[in-house]
Design a protein around this ligand. Structure first.
Ligand SMILES: *[C@@H]1O[C@H](CO)[C@@H](O)[C@H](O)[C@H]1NC(C)=O
Ligand SMILES: *[C@@H]1O[C@H](CO)[C@@H](O)[C@H](O)[C@H]1NC(C)=O
Ligand SMILES: *[C@@H]1O[C@H](CO)[C@@H](O)[C@H](O)[C@H]1NC(C)=O
Ligand SMILES: *[C@@H]1O[C@H](CO)[C@@H](O)[C@H](O)[C@H]1NC(C)=O
Ligand SMILES: *[C@@H]1O[C@H](CO)[C@@H](O)[C@H](O)[C@H]1NC(C)=O
Ligand SMILES: *[C@@H]1O[C@H](CO)[C@@H](O)[C@H](O)[C@H]1NC(C)=O
Length: 403
């Protein structure tokens, strides 16, 4: 077991990992790399579009709720006491008003998904919300957080998945107040789209930080994947009990290719890939299981791993980072000048992709290219499920799962 704690003469990788975790941050990403359709846009040389076209879009669903880690956080950590923040330059260099707390140069994958769902405004962070804004949805995601409560706490305060669900329960009761009825709220919430991107930090900011967390001495990677996915499954059931019916669950991506992981672990970074594959296969089984088990449930698995692997990265720098990062930490140096052409880089910092990658991933999650990009549905199908009706949804499941 290469990752045991407290054994004699730790390997170079472990020694570095210990230093690394002693201070620091690590945030995460579950994603990957680029996309063919998008090359047209890249080669136009025109990097940054207006965030939203604005105007008269009619959202296809009444609301969109976002859960997860730094790949989805749009500012929830800004006012927390944590090292896991990005509300400083050069983050947000391509955002109209600069830094927001997003860990990239521009928009996140969830921002593009919101746009594809027809929203013309960003889904606001829970930590900033007041009043009726919540009817269009809320973003609960928190950088460095994971499935387990303790994950990421070496960086300071974070909002774990369980806390994100408690925050959602607050939203649910506010919606019931606004709509003046619990059953109206339930019906409303059943029409919304939900996405969850979590799990990477349970490895990057937990299992592989043996100086702070005991999980690697308590569990083998196989056992840990079982434990994590079991807890995740309970969280998905909780979300369902709060009325969620159109839920896209994102698998983990190519963690072993993240520049900071490569910098710290070198060729040993493949251990992250082993971990990811064990996790993803169990998560897919859970998604299928919940659909069979829960009334009206329509969970879908977004195959982030495959999407990341099959996106074209021609012409992109896929190993370096666009911003200069703090050595051994992976986040951008505050106030540093980023690369001038953000669309030539796959990664903005040591853990997070650039906007071009987020857009490419979002396109395939929304409208799949390969049938296995999204199982059983992509998000463009998920959003329409109530038009087909639950019986049709059940029919699709049966058809897909039978084959
Ligand atoms: C990879 O692991 C081996 C065996 O534990 C170790 O000798 C080597 O130094 C590690 N390589 C890196 C780049 O950390
Ligand atoms: C930016 O990078 C893209 C992708 O490599 C390239 O096609 C484009 O010409 C570059 N634009 C500028 C202004 O350098
Ligand atoms: C949160 O609210 C503050 C104060 O109104 C504002 O300055 C900040 O930009 C908001 N943050 C986000 C992420 O919306
Ligand atoms: C959070 O916001 C309050 C009020 O603006 C401020 O006093 C406090 O310093 C902030 N805390 C952190 C950790 O940013
Ligand atoms: C981890 O293990 C050590 C030694 O067995 C123990 O002292 C410590 O309390 C444990 N930490 C946690 C968070 O369980
Ligand atoms: C990728 O970018 C990094 C950082 O800017 C740079 O050091 C490296 O040489 C680039 N790699 C390629 C293949 O261009």
């Amino acid at each position: 077991m290469p990752w045991e704690t407290g054994t004699a003469s730790p390997s170079n990788a472990i020694a570095r990992a210990l230093q690394w975790s002693a201070c620091c941050l690590v945030i995460v990403l579950s994603l990957g790399i680029l996309f063919v359709e998008f090359l047209g846009f890249l080669s136009s040389g025109n990097s940054y579009l207006k965030i939203f076209d604005g105007g008269n879009n009619q959202p296809h669903v009444p609301c969109y709720f976002i859960f997860g880690d730094s790949t989805a956080d749009d500012g929830n950590n800004n006012n927390l006491s944590t090292l896991s923040k990005s509300n400083y330059s050069p983050y947000g260099v391509d955002f109209p008003d600069g830094p927001t707390g997003r860990f990239t140069n521009g928009r996140l994958m969830v921002d593009f998904i919101a746009q594809f769902l027809g929203f013309d405004e960003f889904i606001p962070p829970f930590e900033n919300l007041t009043g009726q804004d919540i009817l269009k949805g809320v973003n609960y995601a928190s950088a460095s957080s994971g499935i387990r409560d303790e994950t990421g706490t070496q960086t300071g305060q974070i909002i774990s998945m369980n806390q994100q669900l408690r925050n959602h329960l607050t939203t649910v009761s506010r919606i019931a107040q606004i709509l003046k009825s619990k059953s109206a709220a339930k019906e409303y919430l059943g029409k919304c789209v939900y996405t969850i991107l979590t799990g990477s930090n349970d490895y990057i900011n937990n299992y592989f930080v043996p100086s702070y967390y005991n999980t690697s001495s308590e569990y083998t990677l196989e056992h840990y994947a079982d434990v994590l996915v079991k807890e995740y499954s309970e969280q998905l059931k909780t979300l369902h009990s709060y009325g969620a019916r159109k839920v896209a669950v994102f698998g983990l991506g190519l963690l072993y290719k993240l520049p900071e992981i490569v910098a710290v672990y070198g060729s040993n970074s493949s251990i992250f890939d082993t971990a990811v594959k064990l996790f993803n296969s169990r998560l897919l089984a859970v998604v299928y299981g919940l659909n069979a088990q829960l009334t009206g449930a329509t969970f879908t698995y977004i195959n982030n791993y495959e999407i990341s692997e099959t996106i074209s990265t021609d012409g992109l720098n896929t190993t370096g980072t666009c911003c200069q990062v703090v050595e051994g930490e992976g986040l951008c140096i505050s106030g540093s000048t980023p690369c001038s052409n953000r669309s030539q880089y796959a990664f903005f910092d040591g853990y997070h992709p650039t906007e071009v990658i987020y857009e490419a991933n979002a396109r395939r999650a929304y409208k799949r290219m390969l049938s296995s990009d999204a199982l059983p549905y992509d998000i463009s199908h998920l959003e329409k499920l109530d038009q087909y009706g639950v019986d049709d949804a059940t029919f699709f499941h049966t058809k897909l799962f039978a084959s």
